[in-house]
Design a protein around this ligand. Structure first.
Ligand code: ASP
Length: 360
């Protein structure tokens, strides 16, 4: 057996044993790649009676700061999350959200987004092309139609009727990356890879070995205790045309319940959809879990079902409860989330994860 195969086998066995030991309880710590349990207390964000906003990944810092311009003045959480996630949607350096997002395997930038408030109102768009701020179209779906989700051509038609501008979202840089991918990919959609150094780009075809996806999921509670959430992404780079991820699926990529809290996700959308991930996190909080515990249990639900695949796939959940407590958990090392409130505007917190080292 090669060293690498031995390593993989040991890791799988270690992970399985640890998962079994976990048995649905929350006592076990994260698993490192040698199969040992890595101890470590769950991070606790103190409850807040004032406003707070949280977002996925490091690009969440700038998004939170934009949201804070509304929350800090006593504004509505729903306005804050819409405004906040527009920042990565506009960012030309961000190739996983909005304009400049990497295209599908046929070269089309197609965007998914959803928004939800504390009263169960929600709206979403999926596979929307040519509109730079899908989150705002999602909000219009929520507020101006009797529906929850519009897709593809119909979503575009609605956006244009609402006065949104039709634009080319594929930037020269994204187009170049797509052409590079086409050279070696044999037109095979790359369903996953997190793990930023995985395969030095070999699996994802991404420049510098970067991963081929990410989402901004944002959750906010305002000074009046109102909760809201937003989630927006260009999804998996080089996906099949028409592929829709978890982000626009209410209950998968985003869920908010004013009595409990909210949750959002990033990572392989197919796994999140299969497990109704964000809804699950909120329901676990309803049963008394902290946000951290709820995210961890939802992650472990996926890992248990996908023992082998979970070694390389990434899913991360982020949750905020009514008390303003924040928690997160991911399968792979590397997920982070940004927290912003009156005390601190630019906090970035590394999430705990099942696997504590990079897969390489
Ligand atoms: N969840 C997104 C999707 O599957 C991608 C990501 O967040 O990494 O489309």
């Amino acid at each position: 057996m090669t060293d690498r195969r031995r390593f993989l086998k040991a890791s799988v066995l270690g992970a399985s044993a640890s998962i079994l030991a976990w048995g649905g309880k929350l006592a076990a710590g994260p698993i490192n790649r040698s199969g040992k349990l890595a101890a470590g207390p769950a991070p606790r964000t103190p409850p807040t009676t004032v406003a707070r906003v949280v977002s996925t990944w490091d690009f969440g810092i700038a998004a939170n700061q934009a949201a804070w311009t509304i929350l800090g003045k006593g504004g509505h959480a729903l306005d804050a999350v819409e405004f906040g996630v527009q920042v990565p949607e506009s960012d030309l350096k961000n190739h996983s959200v909005g304009r400049a997002g990497y295209p599908d395997r046929d070269g089309h930038v197609s965007l998914d987004a959803s928004i939800m408030d504390a009263d169960g109102n929600c709206g979403a768009v999926a596979a929307l092309e040519h509109i730079a701020h899908p989150i705002s179209v999602a909000r219009r779906v929520m507020e101006r139609t009797p529906h929850v989700l519009l897709v593809g051509e119909g979503a575009l038609q609605f956006a244009l009727e609402q006065g949104f501008k039709k634009e080319e979202l594929l930037t020269p840089e994204s187009e170049m990356a797509w052409h590079e991918w086409l050279k070696t990919a044999k037109y095979q959609p790359s369903i996953n890879s997190e793990v930023h150094d995985y395969g030095k780009g070999g699996s994802t075809g991404m420049p510098g070995g970067a991963n081929n996806h990410d989402t901004i999921g944002m959750l906010a509670i305002d000074a009046q205790g109102r909760l809201a959430g937003a989630c927006t992404t260009s999804g998996m780079a080089w996906k099949m045309r028409g592929r829709v991820g978890d982000s626009p699926i209410i209950g998968a990529g985003l869920y908010v319940d004013g009595e409990i809290g909210g949750a959002t996700s990033t990572g392989v959308g197919e796994e999140v959809i299969r497990n109704a991930g964000s809804f699950l996190v909120v329901e676990l909080m309803r049963q008394g879990r902290t946000p951290h515990e709820a995210c961890k249990e939802a992650v472990m639900r996926i890992v248990k079902k996908r023992r082998e695949a979970s070694k390389t796939l990434q899913v991360g959940f982020l949750a905020l409860n009514r008390a303003g407590e924040v928690g997160a958990y991911a399968i792979q090392h590397g997920f982070s989330y940004a927290v912003c409130d009156a005390k601190k505007q630019d906090g970035l917190i590394p999430s705990q994860s099942v696997y504590t080292t990079s897969y390489s």
